[in-house]
Every structure is written in C-alpha cells, then in structure tokens.
Design a protein around this ligand. Structure first.
Ligand code: FES
Length: 97
C-alpha cells in the first residue's frame, strides 16, 4: 500500500534506448540494468531451469545467483549487472545450457 502520493512523475530518467531480447524490441533507459528494463517490460522469465525447465529470473540482483543470465553475442552475461546499450541484441540461454 502506498502511503504517500505517487511521485514517479518527478523521477528524471536518462535517455530512452532500445535493445532486443529474443527478437522483440525492449525499451530501456541508458545506464539501467538489462534486468530492470526487462522487468519493467514484463519479461520476468529470462531462462529455463536446467532440471525441470521451469521459468527462472532475477533473484539476487547482485550478480551472485546466475538466475538472470542471458546471451550477449553468444556470451553468458548476468542481466542484473549488464547496462542497457542502444541496439544490443540479447537472447535467452537455450534450454539445457
Ligand atoms: S539475479 Fe542473481 S546474478 Fe543476476
């Protein structure tokens, strides 16, 4: 429950940039993490669990758990520690990897 008036309109954001995740365009703000931008876009499931294939996403948000890993140019990157850059192309880690 919000106890004070919504003040989100007062937040000054950096420039909006666009990147892709699994071929879909996603808007982010320059300098924010990929995990934050994907979360705002409603993309909470970032990969599939190796055992049961269940959806995995941001858990620790500090680069420890590896639950948020995505592929950038074929390399595994922690989306919670990766800053959004214009035009970056990200993909899900294929199931079983
Ligand atoms: S959420 Fe744990 S490493 Fe990114």
């Amino acid at each position: 429950m919000r106890l004070i008036a919504d003040q989100s309109g007062q937040i000054r954001r950096s420039a909006e940039v666009e990147f892709t995740f699994d071929g879909a365009a996603v808007a982010g703000h320059d300098g924010e993490t990929v995990a934050a931008a994907l979360s705002r876009a409603g993309r909470l499931a970032l990969r599939e669990g190796p055992g049961d294939g269940g959806p995995r996403g941001v858990f620790c948000a500090i680069g420890v758990c590896q639950e948020c890993v995505v592929l950038l140019d074929g390399a595994r990157m922690e989306s919670c520690r990766l800053s959004v850059r214009p035009g970056m192309v990200l993909e899900r880690v294929p199931s079983g990897r």
